[in-house]
Design a protein around this ligand. Structure first.
Ligand SMILES: [Zn+2]
Length: 310
């Protein structure tokens, strides 16, 4: 009897450990911002209504790291001002892939410098490219040399699609147009650059039909589910996600949080996927990790290491 009880105790503690061990997650869409980057500091989280708890750049970085460790986010593509991206990457080199953020056409990155940053691995993704906010189509000739460089060096490209916050053209970005968020506009880019490793950011929401059309004709295209997994009504997100899954795209959807200055959105974004009860466990693992690992071409050894952490 005593042996049975001991065995039972042993088994339940093993089960508890198994429950506690979180499987690894890759976040394909994060930002390294300074605390006042969103304009005024203390700007409230649009979902919780609460301002960022971080009072300094360092606090914002540390609070984001804390959430990443809590949810076992083993890798994240992060973009923002390059000095901030590099600071984060220096703190946790293996955890971050640096992205180059295009938010103003007046300060486009120097092409030769960018080439060096890609070659040395300081940066690993071209994106987030937000043509929509400056009133341009992603297929505008302005971006052509950058896309050619990414194709030449085999660097993944993340392009913002979908919508922006209510009133965007009246506030930050007078040239912003809903029209330029349509993923159908990626077609000319894909035709001109057939080897480009492109992913549609924000899952193309709300353009379900156009996203399905692009992803079915161009099987190399992936999509992240960032922001829509926490900022839009949950039912709307789940309906949209269900549409993408029904179209057979479950091997090309990737998790993203779009963490900006509110580290708590990482948990909200994860819950957006976890609470989708129409997804199988395998589909959830694909979205949280496997699809991004394939898209980023993470090697077997690193994949093993990710599953041994924690
Ligand atoms: Zn975006």
């Amino acid at each position: 009897m005593k042996i049975i009880l001991t065995l039972f105790a042993l088994l339940s503690s093993v089960l508890l450990i198994a429950q506690d061990a979180k499987l690894p997650i890759i976040d394909m869409h994060m930002h390294s911002y300074s605390v006042g980057y969103m304009g005024e500091s203390n700007i409230p989280n649009p979902v919780t209504g609460r301002p960022s708890g971080a009072a300094s750049d360092k606090e914002l970085m540390q609070a984001t790291f804390f959430e990443m460790h809590r949810y076992n986010i083993v890798k994240a593509v992060t973009s923002g001002p390059l000095d901030v991206v590099y600071r984060w990457k220096t703190e946790e080199p293996k955890r971050f892939i640096g992205g180059v953020y295009f938010d103003e056409v007046t300060s486009l990155p120097d092409l030769e410098q960018l080439r060096q940053q890609f070659i040395t691995g300081r940066l690993g993704v071209l994106g987030e490219l937000v043509a929509q906010h400056v009133g341009l189509s992603p297929s505008d000739s302005l971006f052509e040399p950058y896309l050619s460089l990414a194709e030449e060096l085999d660097i993944p490209v993340g392009i913002h699609t979908g919508l922006g916050p209510a009133g965007t053209p009246y506030t930050c970005c007078p040239k912003f147009r809903v029209t330029y968020g349509n993923p159908i506009l990626l077609e000319e880019v894909l035709v001109s650059h057939p080897k480009l490793r492109l992913y549609i950011m924000h899952g193309g929401w709300p353009y379900l039909e156009e996203t399905k059309a692009i992803m079915s004709v161009y099987p190399q295209v992936y999509a992240d589910l960032a922001t829509i997994n926490w900022i839009i009504p949950r039912e709307e997100f789940h309906e949209y996600l269900r549409g993408l899954i029904r179209a057979g795209l479950d091997k090309r959807l990737m998790f993203g949080s779009d963490q900006m200055v509110w580290p708590e959105v990482i948990g909200l974004a994860i819950d957006g996927i976890e609470s989708a009860d129409f997804l199988t466990e395998e589909q959830k693992r694909d979205i949280f990790y496997n699809n991004a690992a394939r898209f980023l071409r993470i090697n077997d050894e690193e994949i093993r290491n990710h599953h041994q952490q924690k």
